[in-house]
Design a protein around this ligand. Structure first.
Ligand SMILES: *[C@@H]1O[C@H](CO)[C@@H](O)[C@H](O)[C@H]1NC(C)=O
Ligand SMILES: *[C@@H]1O[C@H](CO)[C@@H](O)[C@H](O)[C@H]1NC(C)=O
Ligand SMILES: *[C@@H]1O[C@H](CO)[C@@H](O)[C@H](O)[C@H]1NC(C)=O
Ligand SMILES: *[C@@H]1O[C@H](CO)[C@@H](O)[C@H](O)[C@H]1NC(C)=O
Ligand SMILES: *[C@@H]1O[C@H](CO)[C@@H](O)[C@H](O)[C@H]1NC(C)=O
Ligand SMILES: *[C@@H]1O[C@H](CO)[C@@H](O)[C@H](O)[C@H]1NC(C)=O
Length: 426
C-alpha cells in the first residue's frame, strides 16, 4: 500500500503541466527514481541516476563534467511584454570530495538557452562556459554556483561559497556558505564539502526584481536570506529556457549529488523533506583524508597548493620521476602562474628556474602570488617552495623520496638549509 501511494506521488508530482500552455509549471522530485523521471531529464557527461534514485552529477574522477536538465524548455518570459516570470526552486545536494578538506570543484543550479554545453570546460568553469564565451552577453546563462575551490581568476571569495553568476564565473554577488538558525537568530557556517545533505532555496520575484538564496542543513526554509541580489532577469533570460544542474571536477575531485528537486514557475516551490530523500551511496561515504594531509596546518591557499600535488601523486600512483611534474604543478599554484607563462617577462619564462633565481638572490617572497597579498605564512611558504625546488631537481639523486617529502611536511624531518640548483648548475 505504501509503495502504491509512493508511486502515485511520483506520477502526480513529476509533471503538473499547465493545460493552457502545456508547459511545465511545477516539479517535485523526492529522488529521481519515479515513473517518467529519467525520460524527463536530459543527462550528459558523467551524470547518472543511481539505483536508489540519487542523481549523481560527477564522481571522483578528475576533470569531469556532468549536466542534468529538465528535458523540455520552460517559458521564462511573458511573450507579450518580455518580462521575466517569478520562479522558485529548492533542491537537496551533497558533495563528497576525494580529500576531506579539498573540494573539487562544485555545482550550479542553471537556467540556460541550451541543455547541451559543447566546448564547456570542467574545473573552475563548472561545465558552463569556456575561455572564449566567458562573460559574453550572448550566453544568456543564469546560475547559482556552490563552489568549493577558491579560484583567483574568477575572484572567488573563499573555497566554500555560494555565488550568483550571469554569463560568467565571476560572480555578481557571493557569500560564504552559511545558514540562519531561526531559533536563536544566529548565523552558522555551513561546510559545502562535508558530505552532509544541504537544502538550497533560490527564489526570484519579478515584481521586485529580487533574487534570494537560502541554505539549510534541514527541511525548513530559514526566514533570513543568505544572499540577495537585485537583478532584472528579463534582460538575461530568453523566452524559452532549460533548467537544471551543471557540475565539474578538476585536478581535485568530488562526487556531486542531487537528492531531490522542487521547482515552480510563478509561485513558491514546496520545500523538500530531507528524511524522505534517497540516501547517499555507502561506497561514496567520504574516506578520511590521508595521513599526508593531516598535521599540515598551513593557510587554506597553501593547503590546496600542497595537496593538489600529493593528490595528483596518490591518485595516479605515479613513479618517483613524475614527482617533478606534481611539484611543478604546486609551484604553479603557489605562484599563480603556469610552468611556462607566455605573457611573463622572458627571464620569468621557466617557472622553476625563475623560482630558483629568486631563491638564490634572497627574494623568495616575490614569487609568492601577489594576489595572496602577503596573507601567507612565510615559514610555510618557504618550506613549500624549498620542497618544490628539491623535487624539481633534474638530478634524480638530489630529489627527496616521497617518504621524505611526507616527513618534511609532517615536520618530522628538518629541511636542509641549502637547496641545490634545479638544473644542477648556477
Ligand atoms: C566516473 O565517471 C566517468 C564518466 O562517466 C566514468 O568514465 C568512470 O568510469 C566513473 N568512475 C567511477 C569510479 O565510477
Ligand atoms: C503578459 O503581459 C501582458 C501585458 O503586460 C499581461 O496582460 C498578461 O497578463 C501577461 N501574461 C502573463 C501570463 O503574465
Ligand atoms: C566554447 O563554448 C561555446 C558554447 O558552449 C561553444 O560553442 C564553443 O565552440 C566553445 N569554444 C571552444 C574553443 O571550445
Ligand atoms: C560574443 O559571442 C558572439 C556570438 O558568438 C560573438 O559574435 C561576439 O564576438 C562575442 N563577443 C565577445 C566580446 O567575445
Ligand atoms: C552581472 O554580471 C554580468 C556579466 O558579468 C554583467 O554584465 C552585469 O553588469 C552584472 N550585473 C550587475 C548588476 O553587476
Ligand atoms: C544557536 O543554536 C545552535 C544550535 O542550534 C548553536 O550551535 C549556536 O551556538 C547557537 N548560537 C547562539 C548565538 O546561541
Amino acid at each position: 500500500m505504501a509503495e502504491r501511494l509512493k508511486l502515485f506521488f511520483w506520477v502526480f508530482f513529476v509533471l503538473l503541466p499547465n493545460p493552457a500552455k502545456s508547459q511545465l509549471d511545477e516539479l517535485f522530485l523526492n529522488g529521481f527514481k519515479g515513473v517518467g523521471v529519467a525520460s524527463n531529464l536530459r543527462l550528459n557527461g558523467a551524470a547518472q541516476i543511481q539505483e536508489n534514485g540519487v542523481l549523481q552529477l560527477t564522481n571522483k574522477t578528475q576533470r569531469l563534467l556532468g549536466h542534468a536538465f529538465y528535458s523540455n524548455p520552460i517559458q521564462f518570459k511573458n511573450s507579450t511584454d518580455g518580462k521575466a516570470f517569478s520562479f522558485s526552486t529548492s533542491f537537496a545536494f551533497a558533495m563528497v570530495p576525494e580529500f576531506a578538506k579539498l573540494g573539487g570543484h562544485g555545482l550550479a543550479f542553471t537556467i540556460s538557452p541550451t541543455k547541451e554545453f559543447p566546448g564547456a570546460l570542467p574545473s573552475q568553469y563548472l561545465g558552463l562556459v569556456n575561455n572564449t564565451d566567458l562573460g559574453n552577453f550572448t550566453n544568456h546563462i543564469f546560475a547559482v554556483e556552490f563552489d568549493t575551490v577558491q579560484d583567483f581568476q574568477f575572484k572567488d571569495i573563499n573555497d566554500n561559497h555560494v555565488g550568483i553568476d550571469i554569463n560568467n564565473l565571476v560572480s555578481n554577488k557571493s557569500a560564504p556558505a552559511a545558514y540562519f538558525d531561526d531559533t536563536n537568530s544566529s548565523i552558522q557556517v555551513l561546510n559545502l564539502k562535508s558530505g552532509q545533505v544541504i537544502q538550497a532555496w533560490i527564489e526570484y520575484d519579478s515584481q521586485s526584481n529580487r533574487l534570494d538564496v537560502k541554505l539549510s542543513p534541514s527541511s525548513t526554509k530559514p526566514r533570513s536570506t543568505l544572499l540577495s541580489f537585485h537583478v532584472d532577469l528579463s534582460l538575461i533570460l530568453q523566452e524559452s529556457m532549460y533548467v537544471g544542474f551543471s557540475s565539474s571536477t578538476g585536478l581535485l575531485s568530488s562526487s556531486h549529488y542531487i537528492m531531490g528537486w522542487s521547482f515552480k514557475m510563478n509561485g513558491e516551490a514546496k520545500s523538500l523533506s530531507l528524511d524522505q530523500l534517497p540516501s547517499l551511496p555507502a561506497e561514496s561515504k567520504r574516506k578520511n583524508s590521508t595521513g599526508v594531509i593531516v598535521g599540515v596546518s598551513v593557510s587554506a591557499a597553501l593547503v590546496i597548493i600542497l595537496v593538489s600535488g600529493l593528490a595528483f601523486y596518490l591518485i595516479r600512483k605515479i613513479k618517483k620521476a613524475d614527482v617533478i611534474e606534481a611539484w611543478e604543478l604546486d609551484i604553479e599554484v603557489v605562484c599563480g602562474r603556469r610552468p611556462i607563462e607566455h605573457k611573463a617577462l622572458p627571464e620569468e619564462l621557466m617557472l622553476v628556474d625563475w623560482v630558483w633565481e629568486k631563491w638564490r638572490l634572497g627574494g623568495i617572497f616575490e614569487v609568492v602570488d601577489s594576489r595572496l597579498e602577503g596573507e601567507f605564512d612565510e615559514l610555510e611558504a618557504v618550506v613549500l617552495l624549498k620542497l618544490g625546488l628539491m623535487c624539481s631537481n633534474n638530478e634524480p639523486k638530489a630529489r627527496p623520496t616521497m617518504r621524505q617529502v611526507v616527513r618534511y611536511l609532517d615536520g618530522e624531518l628538518p629541511l636542509p638549509e641549502a637547496v641545490e640548483a634545479p638544473q644542477g648548475g648556477t
